[in-house]
Design a protein around this ligand. Structure first.
Ligand code: ATP
Length: 342
């Protein structure tokens, strides 16, 4: 598998820049999730890499070969790119094995059989080889689509919202399967999603995209714990943005003191506090009241009204439950580190 370089690529539709001066380098064998809200340009970015769109400016390089830009344009069929779509895009009149073999037309018969068998094994569907797509579950269809994308041994696999047609339980299982399959194939993969949990749980790095640009690129832990901006903090998960005063290594707020991830100049600042970075203590004289709660089994998300009038999100393990209306004390969880945001 190969590395992919997108360098300063812009693509406009009329006056609207769907992708704006965007750069992204994906290493060989790396799994990068592009995470952003609807309409931010994620699909356009994938289509540019695949060769279904031509950039207005900038260059795209796959495995050291320039495929777009500076007068070059390699068509999709010659880019060695495998695609997996939300709606599977399987041929209904072909069996599983025929679907997987479809992209291998140029190869000899023995090689086609070898690669088809290998791809079906990789996704664990050898036993469904003679079935038709409408005889498969959604998860199985998506695994066939992945086998079809991998069989030609592409330089890069591009996945566009591959799990969004599946129900929640199946999605979590298939997500893990797909990650393992891509890792076993040592695939370079770029996955587009608007689902934060999906991006964080699956990818080596997450590119957070907004209005055609990447606003943050980092490991899932970095993107979650050290958001680049208030917008990124709010997009990537539940968050409380709290005013405080930096004392260098820590920030003092009306809720208490939070450690800062790195020394920060003294003075006023805003910090992004995730709900699990706060904790609740039963206290009839406490500084807050429970106004709502969502029970998730392993943990509980509370909305509490603080004495300052603001509502805070607090996530706690479900070991101790607080009733709505209960008086509590909200404070920073032990060793809570909260990053400054603009
Ligand atoms: P979603 O998650 O809803 O699929 P997205 O992040 O994938 O969104 P894109 O499909 O890349 O977003 O679209 C980005 C912007 O470019 C949108 O405003 C869209 O309307 C516009 N756009 C995309 N393709 C075209 C096209 N062929 N012609 C005109 N405008 C387009």
């Amino acid at each position: 598998m190969s590395d992919v370089w997108v360098e300063r690529v812009t693509k406009s539709f009329g006056p609207h820049k769907a992708v704006a001066d965007l750069s992204l380098a994906v290493a060989a064998g790396e799994l990068v999730a592009v995470l952003g809200p609807s309409g931010c340009g994620k699909t356009t970015l994938l289509r540019l890499i695949a060769g279904f769109e031509c950039p207005d400016s900038g260059t795209i390089t796959i495995g050291g070969r320039r495929v777009a830009g500076q007068g070059e344009f390699v068509p999709p069929e010659h880019r060695r790119v495998g695609m997996v779509f939300q709606d599977y895009a399987l041929f209904p009149h072909l069996t599983v094995v025929e679907n997987v073999a479809f992209g291998l037309a140029g190869l000899g018969r023995a090689e086609r059989r070898r690669r088809t068998r290998q791809a079906l094994e990789l996704v664990g569907l050898q036993h469904k080889a003679s079935n038709y797509p409408d005889e498969l579950s959604g998860g199985e269809r998506q695994r066939v689509a992945l086998a079809r994308a991998l069989a030609p041994e592409p330089a890069v696999v591009l996945l566009d919202e591959p799990f969004s047609n599946l129900d929640e339980a199946l999605r979590a299982d298939l997500r893990r399967d797909v990650e393992l399959i891509l890792r076993e194939a040592e695939a370079t993969a770029i996955l587009v999603t608007h689902d934060q949990e999906e991006a964080l749980s699956l990818a080596d790095r997450v590119a957070v995209m907004r209005d055609g640009r990447i606003v943050q690129l980092g490991s899932p832990e970095e993107v979650y714990a050290r958001p680049a901006s208030r917008w990124a903090a709010e997009f990537v998960g539940d968050v409380n943005v709290i005013s405080g005063v930096s004392r260098g290594e820590c920030a003092e707020t009306e809720l208490g003191t939070f450690d800062l991830p790195s020394p920060t100049p003294a003075g006023p600042l805003q910090i992004a506090v995730r709900p699990e970075q706060l904790e609740l203590v039963a206290d009839s004289q406490g500084n807050a009241e429970i106004v709502d709660r969502e029970f998730y089994g392993h943990d509980v998300l509370y909305r509490v009204r603080h004495e300052t009038g603001r509502t805070l999100l607090v996530k706690t393990p479900s070991l101790e439950l607080f009733e709505i209306g209960r008086r509590v004390h909200v404070r920073p969880a032990r060793s809570a580190v909260a990053a400054p945001v603009d």
